[in-house]
Every structure is written in structure tokens, then in C-alpha cells.
Design a protein around this ligand. Sequence first.
Ligand code: N01
Length: 534
Amino acid sequence: MTERLDFDAIIIGAGFSGLYQLYKLRDEIGLSVQIFEAADNVGGTWYWNRYPGARCDSESHTYCYYFSEKLLKKWEWSERYPGQAEILEYLNFVTDTLRLRNNIRFNSRITKSEFLESEKIWLVTDNSGKLYRSKYVINAVGCLSTANKPDIPGIKKFNGKIYHTGEWPHEEISFSNKRVGVIGTGSSGIQAIPVISETARFLTVFQRTPNYSVPARNQKLSTEFINDFKNKTQDWLEKMLLSRGGHAWPLPLKHAFDTPEQERLEIMNDAWQNGGLGFRECFDDILTNTTSNKIMSEFLKDKIRSIVKNPERAKALSDIDHPFSTKRPPIDTNYFETFNKPNVSLVDIRKDPIKEIFTKGLRTFSDEFELDIIVFATGFDAMTGSILKIDIRGRDNSSIKNIWSAGPKTYLGLQVAGFPNMFFLTGPGSPSVLTNMPRAIEQHVDWVTDCISHMESNNLNSVEATPEAVENWVDHVNDTANNTLLPKAKHSWYLGANVPGKPRVFMPYTGGLNKYRDICNKIAKDGYAGFLFS
Ligand code: N01
């Protein structure tokens, strides 16, 4: 560390990505590193998303770090999908095992990062106004960590309680004897609704966009599975690295459209019985072939109609207007079954939109609902929200907010032109949210660490993506997305469509994590093509 620096590297955020980045830069390269974290503990999205039913949709033995055999051997997951509390426990276990805590400043939100051209360093400000000087800044702020809170007229007048799934309180919230309204039927709502319905006096679900969902089929992991997994961790890793999404499911080999009907029904029924996001892997062409996608979409709509007994409700729930998997598909435990319960009702707010919140509840344009609790399961200002909350100023005081006014522009999701020595972990333009996140995170952290190591061992002062590299990559990200059905879901948060006023740009890279990793590795091998060093 030079005298003029407080740290060699500042990392913003102590979730999955920030923790691993700290370990790599501190323990492998020997830099002085500090994480700044707004919460009072580690966990990132798993610290905040503690709503009833919160559970990861990736399978537990794949939803963890693989860089350390020691961590893999020491930790034992209890269920097929880890619950929020268990993931938080895991991240605390990692933090303590790797002795990371002393390099994390909690309750400290970074509000500004400013590049000082003359010194080639970053000046970083926290919420108390303190300034820190650092050579590198790594934004590990998470893709889904800024809650999207709709500005519904009258919201301040409500006499009951309002909670957002993404900012759930730490104390126990009781729904017993309460009239509860849930707004939103994405992954969070679909997990929370069945659990809330177990104790609420009455639950009203306000649905804007009906959604597909596949049963999770969660279960306890057997000792046999756990032992077998521990003996074969590298086989599991290999499977994940070969796949587009960083999951360990068998790779699909068949197209849906030309597989005989009986056979494809068997494939889909088996996958339905097995449950989980692996259902997407029935066929290899569901995101590229409209006919194939329709086959799977219709199969799932039939399932909804067969589960939900009230025909009007079944229609409202299955009247889905986007191809399957073009929005992130939720997985559930008894979601559609919940609509058969006598204490649950469904309001189609696409037909009858929310007009206002009033003292005693919520009004649509043609009805009124008295409520004690309103739960916003309305998702996130995804991928860019947490980055743009920070006033980031690069060369010539240029603001990232202005540069991204028409949508995010990055090279590989890792860097923005004009912002030297600043990196974004799982940033827009990388596969990130389309994958099993720990695999995307490890790949990004490893790449950034190699890049910084290259700089340190060659006494380089700065690295920066060139404007041409950014333009070309943005074009490639758009072309790749447009070769799939993904942009067809016009109300998808992948496109920023859930946040009023947000530019409609397909943000994650759809080329697959396996292909993306090869691209990143090749770029590094070719002398970091598209990056300028000084
Ligand atoms: O958010 P969402 P989420 N008025 O944006 C509706 C990850 N995740 O928190 O579709 C009324 O998906 C909105 O309607 P519409 C996962 O990647 C992972 O559920 O915009 N309704 C939608 O129904 C996931 O995809 C896990 O028309 C409004 C819902 O609210 C991502 O996080 C668990 C509205 C929001 O759904 C986000 O999921 C949970 C408004 N003004 C989440 N604004 C695990 O792996 C929005 N909606 C465990």
C-alpha cells in the first residue's frame, strides 16, 4: 500500500461476490482491502430477503462456493433448496472460516465514488461523509438488491403495516387473525403466498401478470446424497461449468418440436415430477423456437388448470401472455393449490388496476379491500438500481447515470469506459441473473483477481475498457438476446420494464455462462484485448 492510499482496493457489498473478492485480493495477492457494507452483517440479498418462504431456487449443493475444497467438505446443507436462514448461516460460516470479518465495515453505505484523474485513484465517500482513497473499486452490490416500491397514491395514509419482500424486517411478523394483501406474483410472491395463507385470516393476492411456476419438490437431503456429493465435488463442478446456466442438470439433447408427442409428454411429466428449475432443460430449443416453447407453455398452463378448482381463478392464473422462461420462472411449494383455500382470493389487477391505498386498505377501480397488512412482492430495480444509487464519477467528472441514461453500457459486464480501475461483479452485460449466481460470481471474481494481479506484478497504474470495446460488446449483447425469445416478455425485469421510466434494454448476456467464460479467458490470454493499461 502506498502512503497516499487508505486501501489498495475497496469492495462495496458483503454478499456472495464481495466476500469472495475480499478473500482473493487479500489472501492471494496480498492487497489491503476493505469491504463497505450497508447492513450490520454479511449476506447481501440473503440478509434482506427474509420474507416468509424465502428459499433459493438453485439446489443447495450447487448454490455455494466451489473455490475451496475445505469449505465444501466442512459445510453440510440440510435440504434440496436452502432456506434463507441457512444460506445466511452459510455465508457467516464462510466469513468466519476465512477470517474475513475484520476487513468489513458494517453499517456503512457508500454514497459516492469519484476518480481523481491526476492521481489515478478513487475517492470513495460513505454515508457519514468520511472519505477513503483506493486504487481499485469493486462494485459487488448485487443484481437484485434495490427494492422496487411502487408509488401507489395514498400509500402514506394506510393505517396498517406495509412490508416489502426485499426489505423484510428482522423481527417475526405475525399474520394470524390478519387480513393480508400481497401485491406481486413473481418468484418472491409465489414463495410467500402459500406460507402467509397458512396463518392469515384472509389473504388477497393482487396479480398483474400471471406467471408459470413449477413445483420445487423440496426435501431433506439424505446422508447418502451428502456423502456422495462430498466425494464428487469436482464432478459436480465440471457439470456446472459445461452448462449455459451454471447448474448441474443433465444437458438437454432434443428439440421439443420434432420429438414425438408421447415422448415429449413423458419428458415433461418426468421433469414436472422431479421439480425445480431443471424443468427448463427438458429440451434444448425452448428459448429459440416458438413452437417448442409453446409446447412447454401449454403443458404448464394445463397443469395450472388441473390444480386450481375454481374455473374463473384457473383462467386468471393461466392466462399467461409470455413464452415460458422468457421471464425468470419461479418454482413453488403449493402455490396454485393455495388458490383452492377458502381464506384466499385472487384479484386480477391487469383487468381492474389498483387505484389507491386508503386508511383501511386498497382500492381498485371497481372494488375495495380492507387490509391489516400489505406485502409488496414487487421485485427489484434489477441489475442497475444498486449501482446507480451511488454517485459514480469517472474521468472528467462524467457520471455513470448519464452514460447509462439509455441503458447500461459495459464491456463484458465488468467495466465501463472512462472509469479506470473500477469493476462490476455480475454487472449488466454479463450472464449473471440468467445463471446459478455463485458460478457467475466465482468466474467474475477470478477474472478480476487475475487482471489486478497482472497489473500489480507489472507495476501498472490503471486498466480501462475502451469505448470501442464497450460499443461492440453492447451490440453483441443485444444481438445475442434478439436471437432468443427472451425479449418477447415485454413486462420482464430483465428488460427493466418493471420500473417506471427505466430504459427498456435487455440487460443480462444470453450467450450462456460457458461461452461467456471462454470469451473472457480468451480476452485475458490475448493481452486483455479491449482494455487499455497505463
Ligand atoms: O420480483 P419480480 P421478485 N403493481 O419482479 C408485480 C430472484 N428471486 O422479487 O410482472 C402491481 O419477479 C410484477 O408484475 P409484472 C429471481 O431471479 C430469487 O418476485 O411486472 N404489481 C410481478 O408480478 C426473481 O426473478 C429467489 O407485471 C406490480 C411482481 O410484482 C427475482 O429475484 C426468490 C407492480 C414482481 O416480480 C425477482 O423476483 C425470489 C405494481 N406497480 C426472487 N410492480 C430465489 O431463488 C411490480 N409488480 C429464492
